[in-house]
Design a protein around this ligand. Structure first.
Ligand code: ARG
Length: 468
């Protein structure tokens, strides 16, 4: 390792002044971030243009200098977008690659751009600008998934399926109600993202390296140009704070834990054993050995992506833990986990948004499954309560009826009235209305419950809440 570390590179022209020897090749590679932070180029240039405008407003740059710098930055943006920009590891990061190119493009005046600024407030600003745009994309994707869920729920307000607790059939529910449970999870996640966006939208630029700058900057100008809602209060905090990135990774972790729960249900439901849904062929893959296989790879991968997104949150928390104020090079390690969580989240939401409209529930299978497992036993107990029995007694009586039905290998509603009356004289012909699956779901007719009428109301309210 040591021998590999002895080769020397040319020292960096943007900071090499006090160095007596060029940086070691290994150190150059080890400390460089350009391979991954170049994706910030657009926001880096946006921040630089706003900074140059502000410097001109307060008289640090002349209007001509500002114009030359801004046109140079625009030209660089075009070079990058046309794939004609040469990125150099020797220039360490996105900031110095762009600044160096600016100087080669427009000459001496390019060297003035970095007045009253440091890469420390520059990177803190770039990540916020970048993440803010990505949050807007993610919010749109979440809205697409939420709409897909509401549409699917609306088609199935009265489609009956077994509801589960402990993965044991518990009580019948409607498929629409189940879809709206997922809707609620994702709506909370979407609102968490909005909270995260509000806290993120505060501008660190102007904090310079850590203590502020000796130039008469006007931070309100840059904040307005960059559409920030506020300006950071403390320069030490501003250059070292990565809470906003941690917060996003936390929101992403909660979201993926929800998506991985749904994905697990899709995997279970599409199995032969359940047979509740069909996933379209284009979201599945086959097996190279077993010709009959159709595997739910897309939901499985969504489930699996929870690992890396949760891992990224742990990386970010561990990265920030114990760092003394203010900026430390450790912070460069924030980007890869953050970018990975953003990219993965986008893929997962795209997959769900495109898959959900094509999920077709197999109504007959779900209905048949709901008929097994005595899902209306609670309805029978409630019936006895309405006839005057205390709930505990009713529970015990129904338990005996279930034991008898198991023994007879029948469903509860297949027992005759006479058989049922052996357990309580309060049972009459009208009991069969409450023992039916339709009767069971439509009887749960209050705010938040599974009756088709309530599910329709919940969908209408859900669509309205999505507009807020
Ligand atoms: N590449 C650095 C990062 O990502 C930019 C800031 C570097 N600042 C410094 N003083 N070395 O954090």
């Amino acid at each position: 390792m040591i021998s590999k570390m002895t080769k020397k590179s040319h020292s960096n022209s943007l900071w090499g002044g006090r160095f007596s020897e060029p940086v070691d090749d290994f150190v150059q590679r080890f400390t460089a971030s350009v391979s991954f932070d170049k994706r910030l180029y657009h926001h880096d240039i946006e921040g630089s243009i706003a900074h140059a405008h502000m410097l001109a407003e307060v008289g640090v740059l002349t209007p001509e200098e500002k114009n030359t710098i801004c046109s140079g930055l625009q030209a660089i943006r075009e070079e990058i977008e046309a794939g004609k920009f040469d990125w150099h590891v020797s220039l360490e990061d996105v900031h110095m690659n762009i600044e160096s190119r600016l100087i080669s493009l427009i000459g001496e005046v390019g060297k003035k751009l970095h007045t009253a600024r440091s890469r420390n407030d520059q990177i803190a600003t770039d990540i916020r600008l970048y993440l803010r745009d990505e949050l807007d994309t993610l919010l749109q994707l979440k809205t697409d998934v939420l709409n897909a869920l509401a549409d699917l729920a609306e088609k199935h307000t009265d489609t009956i399926m077994p509801g589960y607790t402990h993965l044991q059939a518990a009580q019948p529910v409607t498929f629409g109600h189940h879809m709206m449970a997922w809707f609620e999870m994702l709506l909370r996640d979407r609102n968490r993202l909005l909270d995260c966006r509000a806290r993120l939208n505060v501008m660190p630029l102007g904090s310079a390296a850590l203590a502020g700058t000796t130039f008469p900057i006007d931070r309100k100008i840059t904040a307005r140009l960059l559409s920030f809602d506020g300006i950071s209060e403390n320069s030490l905090d501003a250059v070292s704070d990565r809470d906003f990135a941690i917060e996003f990774c936390a929101v992403a972790s909660i979201t993926i834990s929800h998506m991985s729960r749904w994905a697990e249900e899709l995997v279970l439901w599409s199995s032969t054993q359940f047979g509740f849904i069909d996933l379209p062929d284009r979201f599945c893959t086959g097996s190279s050995i077993m010709p009959q296989k159709k595997n739910p790879d897309v939901p499985e991968l969504i489930r699996g992506k929870a690992g890396r997104i949760t891992g990224n949150l742990v990386s970010m928390l561990t990265l920030m833990k114990s760092q003394p104020l203010a900026y430390n090079k450790d912070n460069q390690e924030d980007k890869e986990p953050l970018f990975d969580s953003i990219d993965t989240m986008k893929d997962v939401l795209c997959a769900m948004a495109s898959m959900l409209p094509h999920v077709t529930p197999n109504k007959d299978k779900m209905y048949a499954a709901a008929q097994q497992g005595f899902g209306t036993a609670t309805d029978l107990a409630d019936y006895l309560v309405r006839k005057g029995l205390p709930f505990r007694d009713a529970h015990s009586i129904v338990g005996q009826a279930v034991a008898c039905a198991i023994h007879e290998n029948k469903a509860l509603d297949q027992l005759t009235l006479a058989e049922l009356q052996k357990f309580s004289a309060k049972i009459h012909q009208d009991v069969f209305d409450v023992l039916s699956l339709e009767g069971s779901v439509s009887a749960r007719n209050h705010f938040g419950a599974t009756a088709p009428e309530q599910v329709q109301l919940a969908i209408t309210r859900g669509r309205e809440r999505l507009q807020k």
